[in-house]
Write a protein that binds this ligand. Structure first.
Ligand code: DMJ
Length: 430
């Protein structure tokens, strides 16, 4: 009833303009207080670099959003900074997954959107420096690699970090004509899939050297989430038949065992028995994936659950016990997933309900997370206590999906792109 009541006509174009204005508010704060650094801490107005020296996380992550929003001056300035300052020849040990989805993904999409080969050159250099991660006995990647020396570390990994590489490495292969990138990332995905349980589920933690599971918890949240997303999107972007078949087997198992009524919980990967009735902000990407796979019924019902979770305290918690509706993880780090799902559902159903939901998300963000200098994370959705960080994905994903949700399809043709898990649109130009 309440959801239906929300389905009022939304003046989408005006809302898209407002989102663009909020993007500028955030970007200008980054420019003023964190220019050339990875991220902005909006409350202290100080920069933050993940590894002590900057890899330009925010400019690279945000560049294609600026291009989509038609912010050409800002995009030109960000691109000039990247071309002038970004170097991967650094003696730092970086997390392969995060660097791949944010930097490799961002450079690839921006190179496709601008046609600037220098961005592809940077992506190729980064890809080469990341490749040693795959030199484990199983072919599943180590978590960290030193960009200068190639020294790897981090044997205990998880499906998300192992299986969320094929879109970026695969696109890099196609654009550079170097098959090694595709082959290594695909092998990692297959190695992981081959270790699924008899009922078709994966666990939460695995040793990439022994190939043994360390945690047998299975769910669709952090540590596993985008593994499923990339099985589907690998088939979509590359037409890869193995990925399609791995996706079909996996989604059947997830829907059979992990789905728990209107939610998806945490189960044992061998028995499928529910271990914990927990759902959260990261799991809210799943309606988008279900909708992409054609399962509109489950997608719509799960997005309605996600929306209930958001409305509990005015922004969504990191984790929720969905049986008692008690918050078990209180932070809201400006995550995009629930908005991403609303965008996909609006695209597939044309139902104005999803733009109306988007308006609720946008109003809450402005009310709870806006500061004088950009947007900041919440430490506690119940008290509204703020933290001090504007993650790069807020500009790459959260505002991009809001903008696309309120825009019509001629801003970006949905069918022509595949978004990586950081919302970087990749195009099959090969
Ligand atoms: C992003 O970096 C990506 O969407 C990733 O897949 C999950 N976490 C964040 C946003 O919540």
């Amino acid at each position: 009833m309440f959801l239906a009541a929300l389905a009022f006509a939304v003046h989408s174009t005006a809302l898209a303009d407002q989102v663009r204005a909020e993007f500028l508010h955030s970007w200008h704060a980054y420019e003023k207080y964190a220019w050339g650094h990875d991220e902005l801490r909006p409350l202290s107005r100080t920069p933050y670099d993940w590894y002590g020296q900057s890899l330009l996380m925010t400019p690279v992550d945000a560049l294609d959003t600026m291009l989509l929003m038609g912010l050409n001056d800002e995009a030109a300035k960000a691109k000039a900074l990247i071309l002038e300052k970004l170097s991967f020849d650094k003696d730092i040990s970086v997390q392969n997954f995060e660097v791949t989805i944010r930097l490799l993904g961002g450079l690839l999409s921006a190179s496709q959107m601008t046609g600037d080969e220098r961005l592809l050159g940077l992506a190729d250099d980064l890809g080469t420096r990341l490749l040693p991660v795959f030199d484990s006995p199983t072919g599943m990647p180590y978590r960290f690699v030193n960009l200068r020396t190639g020294k790897t570390s981090g044997t205990k990994s998880n499906p998300a970090e192992i299986g969320t590489l094929i879109l970026e490495f695969g696109t890099l292969s196609k654009l550079t004509h170097k098959p090694v990138y595709y082959d290594k990332a695909k092998n990692a995905l297959v190695q992981l899939y081959n270790r699924r349980s008899k009922i078709g589920l994966v666990g939460e933690e695995i040793d990439v050297e022994s190939g043994e599971w360390i945690s047998r918890r299975s769910h669709i949240g952090g540590g596993i989430d985008s593994y499923y997303e990339y099985l589907f999107k690998c088939a979509r972007l590359f037409g890869d038949a193995d990925c399609r078949s791995m996706w079909e087997t996996s989604i059947r198992a997830v829907n059979k065992y992990v789905q728990d009524g209107d939610w998806y919980g945490e189960v044992d990967m061998d028995t499928g028995k529910v271990r914990k009735p927990e759902f959260g902000a990261l799991q809210a990407f799943f309606p988008a994936l279900l909708a992409s796979g054609g399962d509109m019924g489950r997608a719509g019902r799960l997005e309605a659950s996600c929306f209930r979770m958001w409305l509990l305290h005015g922004t969504e918690p990191e984790a929720l016990d969905y049986r008692t509706m008690r918050v078990t993880g209180r932070a809201y780090p400006l995550r995009p997933e629930i908005i991403e799902s609303a965008y996909y559902l609006r695209h597939f159903t044309h139902d104005p309900l999803y733009s109306a939901m988007g308006r609720v998300f946008f109003d809450s963000l402005m009310k709870c997370c806006r500061t004088g200098d950009g947007y900041t994370v919440l430490r506690n959705v119940i008290t509204g206590e703020k933290g001090d960080l504007m993650p790069s994905y807020f500009l790459a994903e959260t505002l991009k999906y809001l903008y696309l949700l309120f825009s019509d399809d001629n801003i970006l043709s949905f069918d022509e792109v595949t978004f990586n898990t950081e919302a970087h649109p990749l195009r099959r130009t090969w």
